[in-house]
Ligand binder design. Sequence first.
Ligand code: B12
Ligand code: SF4
Length: 377
Amino acid sequence: MTPATPDAVLSDSDLADAVKQRARALGFALCGITTADPPPHHRQYARWLAEGRAGEMLYLHRQEPKRGDLRQVLPGARSVVCVALNYAPEEATADFVGAQLAAPLQGTVARYARFDDYHETMWARLEALRTFIQERRPEANGKVYCDTGPITERDLAMRAGLGWVGKHTNLISRHLGNWFFLGEILLDIALPPDAPEAAHCGTCQRCLPACPTGAITAPYQLDARRCISYLTIELKGSIPEDLRPLIGTRIYGCDDCLAACPWNKFARAASDEAVRPRADLTAPDLLELLSLDEAQFRERFRHSPIRRTKRRGLLRNVCVALGNLAEPRALPALRRAAAADPEPLVREHAEWALQRVNASLTANGDSTSGKKLTEFP
Ligand code: B12
Ligand code: SF4
């Protein structure tokens, strides 16, 4: 949008108001401003890395110096505009509790991955917001970020007043619960900062026992190496065998700690087209996924965040889910994958799943019923 009269005469505080108004018009549910000072808990971040809790996410180590000094990201950085994009599903506003166990042979995909890749939506809208600012401050330089950049997004968003860091380590908002993405524009102009949000978890600790793998080791402490989101998305190799049974049918990400948060009663179902769930990702058929070849995988997940795992990562997760379901109907497909899948990673997990299904059948003394050996969380 080009302003009718370029309002370069706007005061800093009028510009801050105009930016927030424009952010809302672009579809962001929240917008706040903070300084480009180091994130308040940067020391915790460095300690978290030193304790090895980032697992194989080596890029988080590489980003450490820049995250602690935003002027290394944008010379002369003075302000950060923080935004939130609501993706609350319908059921988050009703009495949705915990991750539902999927029906047999269906997998569970975390809610944020059921629609087209949110990064594209965020970047396009953040670019539009940056243009809006630069039309009014042509001298301003700005950089947009969402997820992948050297920015500690939750810590900055808390300081910008968008919400507070909950005990599951996600940002919670009084208005949105915790179903939202974060994005930022780093600027080299000074805009008046908003007041930080205070923590409102009180004594509530529901998210801790909700975690199927015990990844939240204490309030505000996440061991990513145990988190299902890490195991099914970020981990590239073999999933540790002791954790596989705890993953249940989650084949991409996990929502259990988010779903346990009572602040979700304030969530409003998102009406934004960009976050409308795809029917084929709401309860995907595991056997169909296991049959995908490379070209079919690329075609099906072209615009989806799921392409991040590549075919081998997704099929690895599908094998774990099928092993946990322990359904004899999966045996032929698992045998084929164990014998002939081109990826050693998939063959190894298919073999594990076969053993698990067979163990279940033996324990039940029945080769047809497919009763489960274990009820997974
Ligand atoms: C690496 C990463 C992961 C890793 C590690 C998660 C983690 N908790 O660190 C894995 C793969 C496990 C992951 C999972 C998920 N992620 Co993620 N992830 C990131 C990423 C890229 C970096 C996070 C990071 O730096 N972690 C290291 C820790 C130490 O940093 P931090 O958690 O941000 O911690 C800061 C604050 O918590 C604070 N802090 C620390 N201790 C304390 C104590 C107190 C008392 C207080 C007040 C604050 C505080 O200081 C820390 C350091 O400055 C961010 C994007 C980004 N660039 O920030 C997205 C991001 C955090 N992820 C996001 C999402 C949506 C998820 C999932 C929900 C996806 C899913 N459904 O599967 C899960 C949630 C799991 C969970 N419980 O955290 C969103 C969160 C949005 C929100 N509302 O909070 C982000 C912001 C991406 C985005 N742009 O929207 N993620
Ligand atoms: S996303 Fe799932 S596995 Fe990860 S901390 Fe939350 S509940 Fe635990």
